[in-house]
Design a protein around this ligand. Sequence first.
Ligand SMILES: [Zn+2]
Length: 355
Amino acid sequence: MFLTRFSLVLSIVPAIYMLIAGVAWTDHIHRGTELDGIVIFLVVMVLPCLCAVVRLIEHPRLLYWSDLLVFATTILLMVATRGGSAWVLAGIPLQGLCALFRKAIQMPNGIVLLTGPTGSGKTTTLYTVINYLKRPGLNISTVEDPIEYNIRGVNQTQVNLATGMTFARSLRTLLRQDPDIIMVGEMRDQETAEIAIRASLTGHLVLSTLHTNDAASAVTRMVDMGVEPYLVASSVTMIVAQRLVRRICERCKVEDEISDDVRKGIGLGPGTKVYKGLGCSACGRTGYHGRTGVFEVLPVTEDVRRLINEKAYADAMKDQAMREGLVTLRDDALAKLVAGVTSLEEVMREVCVTA
Ligand SMILES: [Zn+2]
C-alpha cells in the first residue's frame, strides 16, 4: 500500500474518477484553484485487489460518489473541507460531544481514548480535539501511521517501520521534548501503551485510539495486551466509543413506516416516529446528506477505577457506568433516530441495534 497526499478543487465532478485513478497510480501531487471558497483535501490510499470501493466524505457535491465506484483497485478516500480557522471533519462538530468529554480533554494529564472499528471516525475526532485545543505556546505532538491531515502548529511524526521508528520508539523520542499534549495514533502494543501511561502519569495529556466495540472493552483490551490493571486505572480518565451514521437528507425526509413490533423490538414507545430520506437531486438519490457521530462517553469514575483494579469484566464496568448515567452507543443512536437525524437502516447497520 502506498499513500499520496494532495489538495485540489473539483470543478467537474466526473473528472474526479480520472484524477483519483491518475494520482493513485502515478503518485503525483496535484494542486488546483479554489471553487466556491472550498479547498478539498484528499488522502488516497491504494491497495491493489479484485474489487474496490471509493469513499468520499463531507463535500455535499461529491456525496453521490460515495461507495459507487468499483474498479480494479481499492481506493480509500477521505475528504475534509477547511474553511477559515474552523474545521468540520466528517460532520463531527466538537459541541456534539458532551461536557464531560470537553472537561477530560482540558485536563493537564490523563489518557483519553477513542474506540471503534476501522472507519468509525476515531482519528477524525482526535484531529478535531487537537484543533480545538491548540493555541500558541502549547506544544502538541503526535505519532501517527499514517498522518492523515496536516495541522499547522502541531508537531506530527510519521511512524516508519522500515527505519525502526515504531510507535513506541517515536513516542519515547518525542517525550524527551516534553510536549504538553501527545496524540498516539493507535495503542497497538503493550510497550506503546505503557510509555503512553508513563507520559500521562508525569503530567502530559495523552489522546489515543483502540479498536474495540464499546468503551468498557478498551480497558480489558489494554489488560489483555499485558498492561497492569492498576496502571490503566491510574491513567485513563475517559473512554469514548464512536460510530459514524449518515444524516437523512433534509430535502426529501419523510416518516418511515415501521411496525409496532419493530418499534418495540428496538425499545421505542408505540407511535414513536422515525424518518428516512426518499432520495432527491440534492442528495444524489441516496436519501442521505453528510454524516454525524454516535457516541458513548465513559468517564473513569472512582467505582469504575475500583472495578478495573479488580480485573472486572467489561460488562461489569459498563453496568456500573450505566448506573452512573452512561449514555450507550445504542441510547445515543436511538436518540438520533427519534430526532430524525438518521434512519433506522443506519442505526441497525452501524450500531447493531436489532429489532
Ligand atoms: Zn434528498
